[in-house]
Design a binder for this molecule. Structure first.
Ligand code: SAM
Length: 265
C-alpha cells in the first residue's frame, strides 16, 4: 500500500515534521565553514558586549548552538519543538553546558526581556506568518538586545543547485522564503532598529559528489515537501551535471544572509 507523508498531500504546506528519520540524517556531511562562524561571532561582538544569555531558536540538532557555545562567553539555550532533533543535540558531548528546551516558536514560554541575543538559522521559512516568530523574539529580547536571522534569501537560493535543477523547489520556496529586503522589513515591523544584512558565500561541502550525497539525503526541507517524481527528475539532472562538472565551485558553495536588528532601549 502506498503511504504518503501528511504534508505531501497539501499544496499549501510550508513546513515538515522533523521526525526521527529526518533528525538522524540531518547532519549528513553538513559542515559549517570556520569563516561562517567567525562572521556570526563578529556580528555579535559588534552589536553587544558578548555577555549574558543567547537563545538559538529552532536549534535543531544544535549545529550552530554548540559552535556558538564554543566561541561565546555567554549562557547558551537551544530551543526547538522537535524532541527528535533535540535528542541528537542533547547527545553531543560539546552540548553538555547548553540548556536544551522543547519550545514552540509561535508561543515561547520565556519571560519578557530574558535574552541578550536571539539567533535563528533556517527557521522562518517554516511559518506562514514569520512576523509572529520575530515578534516573539523581540518580546524575549532585553532592551538593547540583538536579533540575528541566518537564512538563504530568496534571490540567492533560487540560483543555487538545489533550485536550478529542482524546478519544484523554486516553486515552493518562492512562496515561503523572503528576499533580503523583505526580511529587513519584517524586523522593522517587529519594532527593531539598526537593521542590516550581512551576505556571504561559504563552502558547503568538499566535492560535487558530496553535494549530490547531501541532496540524496534531502538535507533541506524543500526536498521533503516535493513529490517523488519531481525530486527524482531533479536528482537525475543534478547527477548528470555533477558528473561532467566535478570541479565547478558552484556545487560546493552556499550563499547565506544574516539579517540583524536591535531592540530599542
Ligand atoms: C531547517 S531546521 C534548522 C535547524 C538549525 N537551526 C540549523 O540551522 O541547523 C529547522 C528547525 O526548526 C524547527 N522548528 C520548526 N517549527 C518550529 C516551531 N514551531 N517551534 C520551534 N522549532 C521549530 C524544526 O524542528 C527544525 O529543527
Amino acid at each position: 500500500m502506498l503511504t504518503l507523508a501528511k504534508d505531501s498531500l497539501r499544496t499549501d504546506a510550508v513546513t515538515i515534521t522533523y521526525n526521527r528519520q529526518i533528525a538522524r540524517n540531518y547532519e549528513c556531511d553538513r559542515k559549517i565553514e570556520a569563516k561562517r562562524l567567525d562572521d556570526l561571532v563578529k556580528l555579535i561582538f559588534e552589536h553587544t558586549s558578548g555577555e549574558g544569555r543567547i537563545l538559538d531558536l529552532g536549534c535543531g540538532t544544535g549545529v550552530f548552538t554548540t559552535l556558538l557555545a564554543g566561541r561565546l562567553p555567554m549562557a547558551v539555550t537551544g530551543a526547538d519543538n522537535s524532541e527528535e532533533m533535540l535528542a541528537i543535540a542533547r547527545s553531543k558531548p560539546e552540548g553538555r553546558g547548553i540548556d536544551w528546551h522543547k519550545e514552540d516558536a509561535v508561543k515561547l514560554s520565556y519571560e519578557n526581556e530574558s535574552f541578550d541575543v536571539v539567533f535563528m538559522s533556517n527557521l522562518l521559512h517554516h511559518f506562514n506568518n514569520p512576523l509572529d516568530i520575530i515578534q516573539q523574539c523581540a518580546r524575549v529580547l532585553k532592551p538593547g538586545g540583538l536579533l540575528l536571522n541566518h537564512f538563504g534569501a530568496l534571490e540567492d537560493i533560487i540560483k543555487d543547485p538545489d533550485h536550478k535543477f529542482f524546478e519544484k523547489a523554486s516553486e515552493l520556496d518562492v512562496r515561503r522564503t523572503p528576499a533580503r529586503i523583505q526580511m529587513e522589513y519584517l524586523l522593522k515591523s517587529a519594532g527593531l532598529t539598526d537593521i542590516g544584512s550581512d551576505k556571504n558565500t561559504y563552502k558547503l561541502c568538499n566535492s560535487a559528489a558530496e553535494r549530490v550525497k547531501m541532496v540524496e539525503s534531502k538535507y533541506i526541507s524543500v526536498f521533503h515537501l516535493m513529490d517523488q517524481i519531481s525530486f527524482q527528475r531533479g536528482l537525475s539532472r543534478l547527477r548528470r551535471y555533477a558528473e561532467s562538472n566535478q570541479f565547478d565551485p558552484w556545487l560546493r558553495e552556499i550563499t547565506v544572509t544574516t539579517t540583524f536588528g536591535i531592540k530599542p532601549c
